[in-house]
Design a protein around this ligand. Structure first.
Ligand SMILES: [Zn+2]
Length: 435
């Protein structure tokens, strides 16, 4: 196909390219007419794990015009512009990272600050195509976040809006109860339906319930879920009350395996409020981060069957260089303590899509955005570190081979989608520097 592409580009006059190209595309390699569709990309022979569609089998996946065009045992790719051989690899929907900090800038902390990271630099290399910023911006800073990051990123960036108007601008801002106005947050969320997908409360240290209650009020008014970072552990506002009384079904408890707010009791068993919360529909998110994932909690929790609903990074400038690393690393971590591959994929695709009411995302249904990840499942000896310097060893690790966002290859570790190089000096003529 590549040879034919080149032929079209070089030999045919521009005005003839399209009609003749179509005619050529309809010819099979032998010259005989073929029913092959001119897909933009066909990923062939990969093991597709698509939890929403209950698919866990070897399939070809075809992409056209930025959308999933076909998923089948065998797709005729003779007329495809590009093919990728994914034999022996896993093909999943593009991952959704439900908790990240993506509002970098010159200030301190996470709001337009030095702790945030630019999404495209860190998402695609771990298979993430959608990342949800977890409260870096608030109603007063969201417009800047949208202009600087959301509108300029190839990654689909969504947001939990901080109940604090300023967002995560640091201590004195985040403890200011007067800046937690539910009406203002709800109004901003309603201006951006589908992009502001929830409300976030985080880092609050006081004894009051105001931060949580105002977040829920805003969530009620805008019809969106609340994600909670429960801040300081205060006896006046116990975790059990949060999970069984304050949060609504569909609200999200992040940093679920931190152990910082009584998730695990002194008896080494899960706080009964965790199970009760889950039973009434509260979702439990990893939010690994730099200080929020403890094997001391995750291992007993997994033994009790308490796997996360959603896997997320809490990506920021510190966590990415510590035990967290990236989304696929956390998926591998949970596999190392017994979570099946299809479940870690579900917790990174369809489960987070449902949590933020974006059912258009997180699956490979025909017509869905062509956001796709291809992984190798490497076998060997791997170490997985928590946020407190403790390691668990594992034998399998996901490594991101290829990431496709809206039909376009945006990460290609081993050049699978590239054309194999052969000598051809004529290529050098007319080349320009496109960076
Ligand atoms: Zn966070």
């Amino acid at each position: 196909m590549h040879a034919r592409d080149r032929f079209r580009r070089r030999i045919l006059p521009a005005t003839l390219t399209l009609p003749l190209g179509v005619a050529l595309g309809a010819l099979a390699p032998g010259g005989a007419p073929s029913a092959a569709e001119a897909y933009d990309l066909v990923i062939q022979r990969g093991h597709v794990v698509d939890p929403k569609n209950r698919l866990d089998a070897v399939r070809d996946v075809a992409v056209k015009d930025g959308k999933i065009a076909k998923v089948a045992r065998r797709i005729d790719a003779a007329a495809a512009k590009k093919t990728v051989d994914a034999s022996g690899e896993y093909v999943t929907p593009g991952l959704i990272d439900l908790h990240a900090h993506l509002f970098p800038g010159p200030e301190d902390a996470y709001r337009n600050g030095w702790s945030g990271v630019a999404p495209d630099g860190f998402t695609f290399r771990s298979g993430v195509t959608t990342a949800v910023d977890a409260g870096s911006s608030g109603a007063k800073s969201f417009d800047l976040f949208k202009k600087n990051v959301i509108d300029r990123s190839q990654t689909r960036v969504l947001a939990f809006l901080n109940i604090v108007g300023e967002g995560m601008a640091g201590g004195k801002y985040e403890q200011d109860l007067k800046d937690m106005d539910p009406g203002r947050a709800a109004a901003k969320a309603k201006e951006h339906p589908g992009t502001i997908v929830g409300i976030k409360t985080a880092h609050y240290e006081g004894p009051e319930w105001t931060a949580v209650e105002n977040s829920v009020k805003a969530g009620d008014e805008a019809g969106i879920p609340v994600m909670v970072d429960f801040g300081a552990n205060r006896p006046e506002r116990p975790l059990k009350t949060l999970l069984t009384e304050k949060l609504r079904p569909g609200d999200i408890y992040s940093h679920a395996y931190s152990g910082l707010r009584g998730e695990l009791g002194q008896d080494g068993r899960l706080n009964p409020g965790m199970r009760k919360g889950r039973d009434r529909g509260v979702l439990f998110d990893v939010g690994h981060g730099g200080g929020s994932f403890a094997w001391d909690v995750a291992v007993p929790a997994m033994k009790e069957g308490f796997a996360p609903d959603t896997i997320s990074t809490d990506l920021h400038i510190t966590s990415m260089n510590a035990g967290m690393k990236d989304q696929s690393n956390i998926m591998s971590k949970f596999m190392a303590v017994g979570m099946p591959l299809k479940d870690v994929v579900n917790a990174s695709t369809w489960a987070p899509a449902k949590a933020i009411d974006r059912p258009d995302l997180g699956h490979l249904s025909v017509g869905a955005p062509a956001d796709i990840a291809v992984f190798t499942l490497d076998k060997g000896r791997f170490g997985f570190t928590d946020s407190f310097g403790y390691r668990i060893d594992g034998k399998r690790k996901l490594s991101t081979e290829l990431t496709v966002r809206a039909g376009k290859v945006v990460w290609d570790l081993n050049g699978k989608a590239a054309q194999k190089w052969t000598p051809d000096p004529s290529r050098l003529t007319g080349r320009t520097d496109e960076h």
